[in-house]
Design a binder for this molecule. Structure first.
Ligand code: PYR
Length: 600
């Protein structure tokens, strides 16, 4: 069993966490609104932290698999221990899709439950601009509807980015957040190396983008270093220059610790005038994740950039996460250390671990070094684009296509007009993800598209708005009652949502299953409990697992339920009850890995 840590006050008395804490920055947002919050953050003398443990840390280390129950089990303690956080990142990005696709959970239900237990810390989500939380642009009214309901269900701060830093795509998300009354963190994605004069994205480029974001009246400026390539000196130059130009603009910086420089870079940001930086609990930090929260706290100790967090409480919380990480070991990427090659390949932290699995599942595991090299070449072919979901998937798909078809960069260029490129590559070249800085690569684009459409403005201008009354009617017909959150899920991921609803209708609510038995089967003879509702407990014991029938692909499973012996026939297509093997990837989606591992 996972031990939940106790928290103690300065006199050593145990803190009663039965009531969630009320102290925290959220109060300002609720009482005075986004602008007052931004002002208070800017006026705060120290450097605030956003904790990414509930979103990006597990997205970047454990394939986004942390289940709602495991967040809720530590929620009250988190509410007390981390009340001075700028925010707790807990929603959006890949968590939305993965919740339904692989965990059989409703992401909206997760949001509401977390909110109830953590009323005091601002909740932050990651919004992919005009792509919402999906992989390509959606009609503008879909983004507005989604953001409105995210805000209503508990999100306070929206980090709005665009995978190509296309200001027109960013504007769609920013306006939606402003309309919903959320705190708008308009974001610049950092790519390349500002310290290298030969690189495409230089200081001038970033400052112009900041000007464009400020002109859209953002509350906070986000700097998103998705691959962990913002070196400490570049951080000093970039944040220092923005601070000089915009003394009143709050700046919040995100990084990954891919090359091992995360703490140094975040400290450099704080010293150069950033108001908040990102960190993760120690046991879910480092490498492809965010830098360690305790390392940042210690590095700022004694300076005037204090985080205002209690290190004893931060450490106490981490004892929970260190146990959790072991529980989720089937989803470990088995990284062996920092990767200095990230400065060449620039693979985002969240994508790197997934690509490693993807490569091994496609039988390319031994060619991982080749895949990384191909990623760099694919990026060159596409015009050295900003790489983050969904454009990182485009580059990853092209890289895997090159490796599996043994194509060099020159081969791809020479044969662009005859190769059947992955769908994501064609979508990007069509312009369905916005316009890249410096334009599309030619003649590669024209050849590869073979007469397909070429958009020269943002995709939302060409997409039919969602007919919401029609969607509501259709969903009600299929699933009975339908909520606005269901509608928003369906609009983002129609097939994933429908499959999720069908799964739940067939198998029930798997959120009641303890994580250990959600991820892998119990031992023969092992007894475990499932609490269906307060006081209603099932006592289960696995007795025997029959042989696999070659004809049907099924097995007989014998178990005891509350003392009664039962038998069930299980389908063995996806989850082998013999092995806790790594789940199969969706071959069409390099940013997602995994398939249901539900126990028996
Ligand atoms: C996401 O969009 O999921 C990222 O983490 C960038």
């Amino acid at each position: 069993d996972i031990i939940i840590p106790e928290l103690h006050d300065a006199s050593g008395n145990k803190i009663d966490v039965s009531q969630p804490c009320t102290k925290g920055w959220r109060q300002i947002i609720l009482e005075q609104g986004p602008k007052a919050f931004a002002k208070a953050v800017r006026n705060y003398k120290g450097c605030l932290l956003m904790d990414t443990t509930w979103r990006d840390a597990h997205q970047s280390l454990l394939a986004t698999r942390v289940r709602t129950v495991d967040l809720l089990n530590i929620a009250k303690e988190t509410s007390h221990a981390l009340h001075n956080l700028y925010s707790l990142e807990c929603w959006g990005g890949a968590t939305f899709d993965v919740a339904m696709r692989f965990l059989y959970e409703d992401p909206w239900d997760r949001l509401r439950k977390m909110r109830k237990l953590v009323p005091n810390i601002p909740f932050q989500m990651l919004l992919r601009g005009a792509n919402g939380v999906a992989y390509a642009s959606l009609p503008d009214n879909a983004i507005e509807h989604f953001v409105e309901h995210a805000k209503k269900n508990g999100v306070d701060i929206f980090r709005v980015f665009d995978a190509l830093n296309d200001i027109h795509q960013l504007e769609v998300g920013i306006k939606a957040v402003q309309k919903a009354g959320g705190v708008c963190e308009g974001t610049v994605c950092y790519s390349g190396d500002m310290l290298n004069p030969k690189k495409k994205y230089n200081l001038e480029y970033y400052l112009k983008l900041v000007d464009d974001l400020v002109a859209l009246d953002i509350d906070i400026l986000g700097i998103k270093d998705m691959a962990g390539v913002l070196k400490p000196h570049a951080a000093t130059l970039l944040i220092g220059s923005i601070r000089e130009k915009y003394p009143d603009l709050p700046i919040h910086v995100h990084t990954h610790d891919s090359a091992g420089t995360g703490v140094a870079s975040m400290v450099a940001c704080a010293m150069a005038g950033a108001d908040a930086v990102d960190a993760a609990t120690d046991s879910l930090s480092g490498m492809t994740s965010q830098p360690s929260i305790n390392a940042i706290i210690a590095s700022l100790d004694g300076t005037d950039k204090d985080t205002g967090l209690n290190v004893h409480h931060v450490r106490a919380l981490d004892t929970y996460w260190s146990q959790l990480r072991l529980l989720y070991s089937p989803f470990e990427a088995h990284l062996t250390g920092p990767d200095p090659e990230v400065y060449e390949h620039e693979i985002p932290g969240g994508q790197l671990t997934n690509m490693m699995f993807q490569a091994s599942q496609l039988g390319l595991g031994s060619q991982w070094l080749e895949t990384k090299k191909a990623y760099e070449e694919a990026n060159d072919l596409l015009g050295d684009i900003v790489k983050v979901t969904p454009t990182s998937k485009v580059v990853g798909d092209l890289a895997q296509f090159m490796v599996s078809n043994k194509l060099s960069k020159d081969d791809v260029l020479a044969r662009a007009g005859e190769l059947d490129f992955p769908g994501s590559v064609l979508e990007f070249l069509e312009g369905m993800m916005g316009q890249p800085y410096g334009g599309f690569p030619e003649p590669f684009r024209t050849k590869a598209l073979r007469g397909r459409r070429k958009l020269d403005a943002r995709p939302g201008l060409f997409l039919e708005p969602i007919d919401f009354p029609k969607v509501r009617k259709e969903l009600a017909r299929k699933f009975g009652s339908v909520t606005e959150c269901d509608v928003a899920s369906y609009v983002m991921y129609p097939k994933v949502f429908e499959d999720y609803k069908k799964f739940v209708a067939k198998f029930g609510d798997l959120s009641v299953l303890p994580t250990k038995y959600f991820l892998s089967r119990p031992e023969i003879g092992e007894e475990f409990h499932v609490e269906l509702e307060k006081g209603k407990v099932l006592i289960l014991k696995l007795l025997a697992v029959g042989p696999l029938s070659e004809n049907t692909g099924q097995r007989e499973v014998f178990y005891e339920m509350n003392g009664e012996v039962r038998q069930v026939t299980v389908d063995d297509k996806k989850a082998s009850v013999e092995n806790v093997s790594r789940p199969k990837a969706d071959p069409t989606d390099s940013s997602q890995v995994g398939a249901p591992m539900a126990g028996v």
